[in-house]
Design a protein around this ligand. Structure first.
Ligand code: ADP
Ligand code: MG
Length: 318
């Protein structure tokens, strides 16, 4: 039984008579206790997918259709009130910018307490005790002292730990982390990744980890989904993916990492650039850049096909 089952989710922007399909028939599911990496270049629809699941898409964007079954209920059919219960209570969120997500004038501990008071209807004293325990869980060995500090007194990595504390404060079954380490240096990034892995392992929650950095997923998470221009092009197990990615775009992404790392296997990066949503090519969206392009690819878009248990690819090669 899946914790989250997203089926044929479509979210578009409606501007000047144009329809931009930011999330284009995206489907994936996540079992309990697993980390799913949602990977793709900037602008491919990762954040819009996350916002659609949380029903936080703002106009001129709109969820057009699809299903988001979470804990057995379709979130797209809930009332706004029911959805508020889900947000912050059953699904926690961590975003890229730790500074802007924290309030500069309140002590960080109180910001965690506040979340606990709102979502768990706890009393002040009880909330403070839980907040201190959470500070310990997210890696502070002096939680009492940290509680009283203000955001500007903490480093970027420490602020991100506070936000992780807020996200897990109500014991969510799913956390959506949208590029939580992008603003951090590499050493801090790996500490945060270890923290997230530890929290998932100890709590049994599931996580959607969004990143434009494919390399992070090499040792993190169980499954991976590759997005391109609003489409999911491949879904695979992390081990299988890094051994042998299926989609030509995935192969190109992986080889561009090898190139960056100065690896022996010098493969060429993908020529060209991601098309703008207003100018999507017909057929497969990747065909103008694909080294394996065939006539069919220009005619009609391939469907997502399961070629092995849990391995999906949208490509005529399979
Ligand atoms: N306010 C907006 N108006 C029109 N288009 C938008 C708006 N916000 C995002 N988009 C479009 O949605 C696409 C996906 O954006 P996003 O999900 O933020 O990408 P990612 O998180 O993968 O970098 C972008 O390519 C952009 O064209
Ligand atoms: Mg984004």
């Amino acid at each position: 039984m899946q914790l989250l089952d997203v089926t044929e989710l479509n979210t578009s922007f409606f501007t000047d008579g144009n329809v931009l399909r930011a999330v284009n028939s995206v489907s994936f599911s996540i079992p309990k206790g697993e980390i799913f990496g949602l990977v793709g270049e900037s602008g491919c629809g990762k954040t819009m997918t996350a916002l659609s699941i949380m029903r936080l898409v703002q106009p001129p964007g709109r969820i057009v259709n699809g299903q988001v079954i979470f804990e057995g209920k379709d979130l797209l059919l809930l009332s706004e009130r029911e959805m508020e219960e889900v947000r912050g209570n059953r699904i926690g969120m961590i975003f890229q910018e730790p500074m802007s997500a924290l309030n500069p004038v309140f002590r960080v501990g109180d910001q965690i307490s506040e979340a606990i008071i709102i979502h768990k209807k706890a009393g002040k004293k009880e909330a403070k005790e839980s907040a201190i325990e959470l500070l310990r869980q997210v890696g502070f060995d002096d939680p009492g002292k940290r509680y009283a500090q203000y955001p500007h007194q903490l480093s970027g990595g420490q602020r991100q730990r506070i936000l992780i504390g807020i996200a897990i404060s109500c014991g969510p079954s799913l956390v959506i982390a949208d590029e939580p380490t992008t603003a951090l240096d590499v050493a801090t990034e790996s500490q945060i990744i270890n923290l997230l892995q530890g929290l998932v392992d100890s709590s049994g929650m599931s996580m959607i980890f969004i990143t434009h950095n494919l390399n992070i997923m090499r040792k993190f998470g169980r499954r991976i989904g590759i997005m391109y221009a609003g489409r999911m092009l491949e879904q695979n197990f992390v081990d299988a993916f890094f051994k042998e990615p299926l989609h030509p775009y995935s192969k190109g992404l992986l080889s561009s990492i090898y190139g960056l790392m100065g690896d022996q296997k010098r493969l060429t990066a993908i020529p060209g650039s991601v098309p703008r949503l207003a100018e999507l090519p017909g057929g497969c969206t990747f065909h103008p850049r694909c080294p394996y392009v065939m006539p069919a690819c220009r005619e009609e878009e391939p469907v997502m096909k399961e070629i092995g248990k849990g391995q999906w690819v949208r490509c005529y090669l399979y």
